[in-house]
Design a protein around this ligand. Structure first.
Ligand code: SF4
Ligand code: SF4
Ligand code: FES
Length: 284
């Protein structure tokens, strides 16, 4: 999290421009608000003030702005949005820094563009979580009884694994990736909720899995228990929407708030999938 700067000189209030959208599939529009300056605010506290006042800069009463947040300490990823054109977490984006280092006049807030908007700054990140399901991003257990101590993990493996384990599924890497394109589906007439969810999952499975999931595959494949499912995970990387889509633009690694070495994971995943495909060919 960035260290807070001191109060910007001669600022009593500032403008916040928000890209709003009333519901999925509706047109978006910009709305301007004025917020009184207080020291050490983050973007969530700015949004709380805006929602409480619910009045635009020209005195119009509006519905309160909607956004997502949970942990307020850059752990859950729920508050991820595009702030002044850069994707990041609203809870760790400090107003003093934004006004002093980026734009002294206004703060611009937009929802992430690669996920369907639910309302205003809230987006539906279910495709991101579906990719983790596909990637089997967990260590399998064969029961919840006392299993005794787990297998030992060498310090070398721990050193490689720990940075990857910091992923908070925020979506910044996906927002920045040129190969990760928005998929937005609307319910067909007569389609049940279950049918719609099934169609969504099938469509997500055909589209790019994303840097976060590739990195999680590398994390769980190096775990002594997780690696028993390594082949199934690598199969996902060679399936439609797999690692072959990555164009190595490296935008993902530049925006990851947890500084996860995503391009190192992608390179290792590339080597692992090549070895996996050759092995499968010889095993036939
Ligand atoms: S390296 Fe791959 S995953 Fe990362 S931004 Fe580029 S295309 Fe996307
Ligand atoms: S890899 Fe980084 S940017 Fe991508 S979802 Fe995880 S924490 Fe967010
Ligand atoms: S509220 Fe959890 S990361 Fe911002």
């Amino acid at each position: 999290m960035a260290e807070p700067q001191s109060k910007p000189a001669s600022i009593d209030s500032f403008e916040v421009r928000i890209l709003r959208q009333e519901a999925p599939g509706r047109a978006s529009y910009w709305e301007r608000h004025r917020v009184d300056y207080e020291p050490q605010m983050n973007v969530i506290s700015v949004l709380q003030k805006i929602a409480a006042k619910a009045t635009t800069i020209d005195g119009r009463s509006v519905t309160p702005v909607a956004w997502d947040c949970n942990c307020l300490e850059e752990i859950c990823g729920a508050c991820t949005m595009v702030i002044n054109g850069r994707v990041r977490q609203a809870c760790s984006a400090l107003v003093d820094n934004l006004l002093q280092q980026e734009d002294p006049n206004e703060i611009r807030l937009e929802p992430m563009s690669k996920f369907p908007v639910v309302r205003d700054l809230m987006v539906d990140r279910s495709r991101l979580f579906r990719a983790l399901e596909k990637a089997r991003a967990w260590v399998p257990v064969d029961g919840y009884y006392e299993l005794g101590p787990g297998p030992r993990v060498s310090p070398e493996v721990q050193e490689q694994a720990y940075p990857l384990s910091k992923c908070m599924s925020c979506g910044c890497c996906l927002e920045a990736c040129p190969q990760y394109t928005k998929v937005e589906l609307t319910r067909l007439s007569g389609e049940t909720d279950e049918e719609f969810q099934q169609r969504k999952r099938a469509t997500y499975d055909q589209s790019f899995i994303g840097a976060h999931a590739i990195s999680q595959i590398m994390l769980f494949n190096m775990h002594p228990t997780g690696k028993h499912e390594a082949a199934a995970r690598l199969d996902q990387l060679t399936a439609p929407g797999g690692i072959q889509i990555c164009g190595n633009a490296q935008n993902c690694v530049a925006v990851c708030p947890k500084e996860i070495p995503l391009t190192t994971s992608i390179a290792r995943a590339g080597r692992a999938t090549t070895a996996h495909v050759i092995k499968k060919w010889f095993d036939r």
